[in-house]
Design a protein around this ligand. Structure first.
Ligand code: NAP
Length: 299
């Protein structure tokens, strides 16, 4: 890893290089800009921009994610609060409590940490949250704006990936891109942002036939399927850029890994995100950036 914090290169025996897309370094750089905005906001409004993270139940990985989000807020001079509600909470109580939280004047951004318990699955989350406080682009209004390329907040993970690509000056214009996974928080909004940026995007999922035929043609592949170490060198064409969204093992005893066997990419991919240290830190940074944008817009 280089020490400049901009990009890190691995020199391989064969003289080939793969750029490691270092999400931590990108997040660190962006946090300096965010800290300036946070300070200006506090000076003008006599309070810090405030994020509320709602965690229902006590899943191990979610506990780790919400802790990291709160710490990151504090590091840049914003404030954060994590509300921990029991897994047995009734749908009525959940809805009522979310409404009470978002009515508070000092709350700028709200994030519902997924997954929620099955007992809450019937709630229309896209209509429940106030779009002016929707820090992860959950509401139908913000999803629609994002799909139309108009949103001032974007889904955090896709936005973080676009920031990584931009930091490393990887232009997607004209590239053939494959996104694996079609969830509403990762795969689909990723395909919209890439389309907006000029890529030709194919959105694949578990029903895609002969997936490898698609990924092998792609200049850039975003893998967001949630299948631990499922994809490797043979799935990507030489010199492809590989973005691994998957996270497995957080909060447990096993080593954290992604959807891709990262070690196979050296000498093959032109650039790739590691797990940990790739997309994850930038998802958090985007959450903070969204919260700050919402706070500034309301102020
Ligand atoms: P999700 O809602 O479970 O969606 C997974 C998607 O992958 C679905 O569209 C599914 O297809 C597709 N899929 C599953 N197995 C597949 C296969 N073998 N081949 C092709 N497609 C397949 O998951 P998600 O919320 O999008 O998250 C995906 C992964 O990213 C998870 O590991 C999650 O923990 C991680 N994640 C990481 C971050 C981060 O900050 N790094 C943020 C969010 C999520 P169907 O629609 O057909 O079922």
């Amino acid at each position: 890893l280089n020490t400049a914090g901009e990009f890190a290169m691995v020199k391989l025996n064969r003289g080939e290089t793969m750029i490691i897309l270092d999400g931590r370094a990108v997040a660190q750089q962006r946090s300096a800009d965010l800290a300036v905005r946070a300070q200006a906001f506090e000076k003008k409004n006599a309070r810090k921009a405030h994020l509320v993270v709602i965690l229902v139940g006590d899943s191990g990985p979610s506990q780790v994610y919400v802790r990291n989000k709160a710490k990151a807020c504090e590091r840049v001079g914003m404030s954060a609060e994590t509300l921990r509600w029991p897994a047995e909470i009734s749908a009525e109580t959940f809805v009522e409590q979310v409404r009470q939280v978002q009515a508070k004047k000092n709350v700028d951004g709200i994030l519902l940490q997924l997954p929620l318990p099955d007992s809450l699955s019937k709630i229309d989350l896209g209509s429940l949250l106030d779009s002016a406080k929707d820090a992860d682009c959950f509401t139908w209004a913000n999803v629609g704006r994002q799909a139309a390329g108009l949103g001032h907040v974007q889904a955090c993970t896709p936005q973080g990936i676009m920031s990584i690509l931009s930091h490393y000056k990887i232009s997607v214009e004209g590239l053939n891109v494959v996104v694996v996974g079609r969830s509403l928080i990762v795969g689909r909004p990723m395909s919209w942002l890439l389309t907006e940026a000029g890529a030709t995007v194919t959105l694949c999922h578990s029903r895609t036939k002969n997936l490898r035929e698609f990924t092998l043609r792609a200049d850039l592949v975003v893998v967001a399927a949630g299948k631990a170490r499922h994809w490797g060198r043979a799935d990507f064409k030489k010199d492809a850029v590989v973005i691994d969204v998957g996270i497995h093992g957080a909060g447990g005893e096993q080593k954290i890994c992604g959807d891709v066997r990262f070690e196979e990419l050296e000498g093959w991919a032109s650039a790739a995100t590691p797990v940990p240290g790739g997309v994850g830190p930038m998802t958090i940074m985007s959450l903070l950036e969204n919260t700050m944008s919402l706070a500034e817009a309301r102020a």
